[in-house]
Design a protein around this ligand. Structure first.
Ligand SMILES: [Zn+2]
Length: 442
């Protein structure tokens, strides 16, 4: 048994309890007890003890839309003129980068952001992968990295028609194969969705094929939805329908489906997303950086659509995404009181519900029976911290760089900011070598 205690413990449970001198006890990967430190320790005097020393103990963060493969884009020069539209960003950056990836690139480029996740206290991610020249087995390469890192990941391969029918078929087979692997293994660390790039790169025939291939696999799809205005124009030209309507016609939308972005959706599309119980994931930094627009997430949430928070590969630090989401919607609404309820709901309630649907277990809360995913943040609150205001402390006092200890399923992955399992220097050295080669092929 592992006990993490003597900290200000934010449970994120239904009552929003905050314990002034709290402890959490984990055994066999599951939280067994949450309570006052002296009581929990008194019951288990032989348990290993991590002393938080008055700092904050809270559940690990969840990122519901990630691209581990984006690592080698860091610091890379584009070969064409700077992109001016979202399509140009895809054509001039991502669709060239992902084609340059081979199996080892996929593995190492996953390890690097997984280290970032551990460092930032992100203990669960939902990833969306593309490597069109190395499709078969690519999800196993990421799974190998995930296994070594020790966090939880739901993986998916982005099926797309942009490189022809054969590669689209390879993507379908990769999803099906990996979904079956996850089902066979039943590990709490790995899960799978059926990945689709976006409707803009998917023909009717391929969408129908994907729907058919996913039949009976009991997973949802993970797809970019209405990210740029081009996606809407394309859907209307191809089908006479808007993006959400077109996807709905192919049975892509359901309670396990992840619809990333949803920037350009109208009222009728929001109603469909709610009716189909779809998980929308908001990626504020990506939307701002790609200049695609502002997702109407406050409107969606007002209508009862579940909206989670992701990073789209921009960062692994969910504290950062919380800050950006908070400011973005206040600015857009020209209302300093906007988004006070919605952003904490995205990060703390909706992300764990999305993760529960995908992993089939309770994550993102410190209470008995939930997964033993816990972080210690090097933060001594300078003002009272209580159930009514912990979000204010998260927003204005904490950041991923302050995460001191990261524990997943009771396994300590980082303590005192030192990684316990991965050799960061060796991994980043190899990453720099591989990146140099990828940049040449790019
Ligand atoms: Zn994305």
């Amino acid at each position: 048994m592992l006990i993490i205690g003597r900290g200000r413990l934010i449970t994120l449970d239904a009552e929003g309890r905050v314990l002034e001198d709290g402890a959490v006890a984990i055994a066999d990967g599951i939280i067994r007890e949450v309570g006052a430190t002296h009581e929990v320790r008194g019951r288990h005097p032989d348990a290993e003890f991590i002393d938080a020393g008055g700092r904050v103990i809270m559940p690990g963060m969840i990122n519901t839309h990630m691209h581990l493969y984006s690592t080698f884009a860091r610091g890379m020069a584009l070969k064409d003129a700077p992109p001016r539209t979202f399509m140009q960003i895809l054509e001039r950056l991502w669709w060239r980068l992902d084609k340059a990836l081979g199996p080892e690139d996929v593995y190492v480029s996953a390890l690097v952001p997984l280290i970032d996740c551990i460092r930032c206290g992100t203990t669960t991610i939902l990833d969306h992968h593309a490597s069109p020249m190395a499709v078969p087995g690519s999800l196993d390469e990421i799974a190998r990295a995930v296994g070594e890192a020790g966090i939880r990941a739901c993986l998916a391969y982005e099926v797309s028609d942009r490189d022809g029918e054969d590669i689209a078929d390879q993507g379908i087979r990769e999803n099906v194969r990996f979904i079956e692997r996850c089902r066979r293994e039943g590990s709490g660390h790995l899960a799978a969705s059926f990945g689709l790039h976006a409707q803009i790169t998917l023909s009717d025939a391929t969408l129908a094929k994907c729907r058919e291939a996913a039949e009976g696999l009991d997973v949802g799809f993970h797809i970019h939805v209405a990210e740029g205005p081009e996606d809407v124009e394309d859907a209307l030209a191809k089908s006479g329908k808007r993006v959400v309507e077109r996807l709905d016609a192919f049975g892509i939308l359901g309670p396990k489906t992840i619809a990333a972005h949803c920037v350009h959706v109208d009222e009728a599309e929001m109603d469909i997303l709610r009716e189909r119980d779809v998980n929308v994931v908001h990626n504020p930094e990506s939307n701002m950086g790609n200049a695609v627009g502002v997702a109407p997430v406050l409107r969606m949430m007002g209508k009862g659509v579940r909206v989670g928070l992701g990073t789209d590969g921009y960062t692994s630090d969910m504290f950062e995404s919380v800050k950006v989401a908070n400011m973005l919607h206040k600015l857009v609404e020209r209302n300093p009181s906007a988004a006070w309820a919605e952003v904490p709901a995205m990060i703390f309630e909706n992300n764990r519900e999305i993760a529960r649907r995908v992993f089939g277990r309770r994550l993102g809360v410190l209470e008995p029976g939930a997964a033993g995913d816990v972080i210690v943040v090097d933060y001594h609150p300078p003002t009272p911290l209580d159930p009514s205001n912990y979000y204010g402390h998260v927003l204005f006092g904490m950041s991923g760089g302050l995460v001191d200890t990261t524990v997943v399923a009771g396994r300590v992955l980082m303590r005192g900011r030192r990684l316990t399992g991965l050799d960061e220097e060796r991994i980043t050295a190899r990453s720099r070598e591989l990146a140099r080669r990828v940049w040449k092929r790019f």
